[in-house]
Design a protein around this ligand. Sequence first.
Ligand code: PLP
Length: 389
Amino acid sequence: MKSCNKRLEAMPFGGLYEIFTKANKLEAQGKRIIHMEIGRPDYDSPDFAKEAVKEALDRGQVHYTDVNGIEPLRKAICNKEKRRFGLEYDYETEISVMSGAAEAIGVIMLTMMNPGEEIIVPSPFFSAYREQALIAGVKLVEVPVRMEDNWQLNVEEIEKRITPNTTMLLINTPNNPAGYVLDRDNLEKIADLAKERDLIVISDECYDEFIYGEEHVSISTLDDMRERTLVVKSTSKQFSMTGWRIGYVLGPANAIKYINKVHQNFSTCATAFAQWGAVEAFNNGDSFIEDMVKEFKRRGDYLYEAFTKIDGLKIVKPKGAFYAFPDITAFGMDEREFCNYLMEEAGVVGVPGTSFGEYGKGHIRLAYCCSYEDVVEACEKIKIALGKL
Ligand SMILES: Cc1ncc(COP(=O)(O)O)c(C=O)c1O
């Protein structure tokens, strides 16, 4: 076909896809490959949630649902948010269930921003943000978050980037790809700036449950932030339900009303029977989450200890999510070369840090949501491969 939306000419191709394709090719040729490129927990979804889907199908729950999601799911989510994080939202007016957090973030940009406006995003960031901004016709402005600053956001760096066109700020804690958690003090400073400069905040908290020893603070709970924050969450990681496509937005009713309108015109509603399964996950899934997070901590701790013993790799202990984001600059290769070397020499697949924005330079991302045994094997093989350089 001849032409597409001009904005999409800037859409990056390659990155993760290129690495993934190459890894699959090597695997097909019989090479042992350890997949650490994709952020998908290796757990199955909870049995009780799967059973609830089967029952829902048998009951004929195969039709459109309310735009904002079925009432039992909205209630179950709001109860869980209150129980685990102290977030209080009205299930009737302050929540919308979406086809994943990815849809939620795109819909928020389309709903809350005008073409040409700017959204400030700490970089490195989840790569879909860039593409969603392109689709929405808004400008994504990167602000660095650095390992040397213990992965906390320097508010002056945000302030420097605010222009008359800046209307939104998007933060993501716990973070993909860097595994950091923004602490309360840092969030207070970000909140003060958002209030002072009248910014709306998207707070992507998809990894809220994956916290290792710190507390997860939602910026929406800080003074006067609820009215200017849209919290985005998902079932994908916390219940290992990535393929179910159920996420949600929590926010003030006057924003959710318009968000629903845009969501309605994209997907009408999230999948009916998946929503019924998700009700069970939210009502009965606390111990499933606790077991999985405990296991992920074991994997992350192992990886961190092993990496600190590899000459040249610099790493800060991951505090949340399930990603390690070591600094690889000592090896004199760029991120793509380094990932290719690891794949060919060690059979370990990671993602170049630059796939996550300009300030991912000098890093690679390794997802430790594969099995513990794979993490152990990967660490040994990486050590041997880097020892040869
Ligand atoms: C930070 C972040 N936000 C959003 C998403 C999208 O999640 P979902 O599967 O709910 O669309 C991901 C998925 O990897 C993510 O890492």
